[in-house]
Design a protein around this ligand. Structure first.
Ligand code: SF4
Ligand code: SF4
Length: 75
């Protein structure tokens, strides 16, 4: 299954990544961290297509999707 990796030192909680994810594989964690940010977390990565749009749109290079090729949906 694909995995979401967040660098909490870079993420500012803008949640553009969550907004861009059409299948809603990731979501806001709903908790404010010590820096005052609401970071994204995995919701249901079974829904993740591995498109990496979330990674591409992140303005802070805070997010990476590790794709499991055996589990990535074919286009
Ligand atoms: S787009 Fe980047 S900075 Fe914004 S919440 Fe997502 S990971 Fe964090
Ligand atoms: S890679 Fe695509 S489907 Fe997966 S979490 Fe990111 S935007 Fe959503």
């Amino acid at each position: 299954m694909n995995k979401l990796h967040i660098n909490p030192g870079y993420c500012k909680g803008c949640l553009i990544c969550v907004e861009i994810c059409a299948p809603k594989a990731i979501k806001a964690c709903g908790k404010i961290n010590s820096r005052g940010y609401n970071l994204p977390i995995e919701d249901d990565m079974q829904r993740c297509s591995g498109c990496k749009l979330c990674e591409i749109v992140c303005p802070d290079f805070a997010l990476a999707i590790e794709t499991d090729e055996t589990n990535t949906k074919k286009k």
